[in-house]
Design a protein around this ligand. Structure first.
Ligand SMILES: *Cc1c(COP(=O)(O)O)cnc(C)c1O
Length: 362
């Protein structure tokens, strides 16, 4: 049989996987522990009848983008309109569209490790060269090193993830401003991935402006309790949105996703209640971890990174699985040696996690 070989650069890549194990308590993928409100599902069921199934969807996703602009606009000085919003199938497709438009062959994309693995993965799949800087031991950004990297490599895209996955750390406003200054110096675009933005006390949305090369990406997957929906978006200057329209597939966002995205926004208060509860839960679990022999980093997200002091991280991970609790095993990831990441769950799930960890470490 004759068959084509995959691209040389792709052959060296591994796909992105989050290993699933069938256990009682799953705290490994930063999903919301609670489903969206029942009324949302009921409204979606009713709205299904309004879809003209024989027609293509609204290619510009007009209503959805206007509603997202309305919902997020408060945080942007001067407000925003639909023209400042680009929506796609998960924020991962937003990131991919950015890499297709501004990255690609012969161009560089910058990341600061350890961070969300898909930033470098997507950049490479799109043919870009990835250049990476490190971080301080406490996982905060080394601004001077970042400056050196960006001035040397002149990347067209610089990714910051804030709060950062998997460390949970928020990049302070001062850091983001300083990085943005350098990005402007090298004619690049700063992409702040705020998949966990609503859990955090500060958002880079306050820096978005038509004359600044900065965009903020967000998603329905975590705060909106809708990972199954596959819907994410970006807020940024209108010229970025125009550039992304050039590369994204026609009619990429189906009618059902657009509808669900609009209906979800009707339940803003409910989302905020769920987020506030998780933030409270984060304080409780952080405090409890403080009483155990583990190092913990302060988190501004819905998960917590920790490292057992006296036991191998991978062994503790297996021990937790044996006790019915699945967390993310980061122990072998570069820069995260021995670390585990736990997603905040329901109060009961978090109690089960804490009990299992206490037992594993005693
Ligand atoms: C979970 C996550 C996303 C979400 O991607 P979707 O495609 O919207 O589900 C994006 N960025 C980061 C850093 C994440 O952790």
């Amino acid at each position: 049989m004759s068959r084509p070989t995959v691209r040389d650069d792709v052959a060296l890549m591994e796909g992105y996987h989050s290993p699933q194990v069938d256990v009682r308590v799953r705290l490994n993928t930063n999903e919301a522990p609670e489903p969206p409100p029942e009324e949302f599902v009921e409204e979606l069921r009713v709205a299904l009848d309004t879809v003209a199934w024989h027609r293509y969807p609204d290619r510009a996703a007009t209503v959805l983008r206007a509603r997202i602009a309305e919902t997020e606009g408060d945080e942007v000085d001067g407000g925003i309109t639909a023209a400042n919003v680009f929506a796609a199938n998960g924020s991962n497709e937003v990131l991919q569209s950015l890499c297709l438009a501004y990255g690609g062959s012969g161009r560089r994309v910058a990341t600061f490790e350890p961070t969300y693995a898909l930033h470098s993965h997507i950049a490479k799949v799109c043919g870009s060269t990835v250049v990476s800087g490190g971080r301080h031991a406490d996982f905060t950004l080394e601004v001077e090193e970042a400056r050196r990297l960006l001035l040397t490599e002149r990347p067209t895209i610089t990714f910051l993830c804030s709060p950062n996955n998997p460390t949970g750390r928020l990049e302070p406003e001062d850091t983001v401003r300083q990085v943005l200054e350098v990005v402007e110096e090298v004619d690049g675009l700063l992409v702040v991935d705020e998949a966990y933005g609503q859990f955090s006390p500060w958002s880079a949305l306050s820096l978005v402006d038509e004359d600044r090369p900065i965009v903020v990406t967000r998603t329905y997957s975590k705060t909106w309790s809708a990972a199954a929906l596959r819907l994410g978006y970006l807020i940024g200057p209108t010229w970025v949105v125009d550039d992304l329209e050039r590369v994204v597939l026609p009619y990429h966002l189906d009618s059902l996703t657009q509808l669900a995205g609009v209906l979800a926004l009707d339940h803003l208060a409910d989302m905020r209640r769920r987020v506030a509860h998780l933030v409270e839960e984060r304080g409780r679990v952080e405090a409890a971890l403080g009483d155990l022999p583990v190092d913990v980093w302060p988190s501004a997200a819905n998960f917590i990174l920790f490292r057992p002091r006296d036991r191998d991280g991978a062994d503790v991970w297996q021990d937790l699985v044996d006790r019915g609790v699945l967390v993310r095993n980061c122990a072998s990831w570069p820069g995260l040696e021995g670390c585990l990441r736990v997603t905040l769950g329901t109060t009961d799930e978090d109690d089960e996690f804490l009990a299992a960890l206490t037992a594993a470490l005693s």
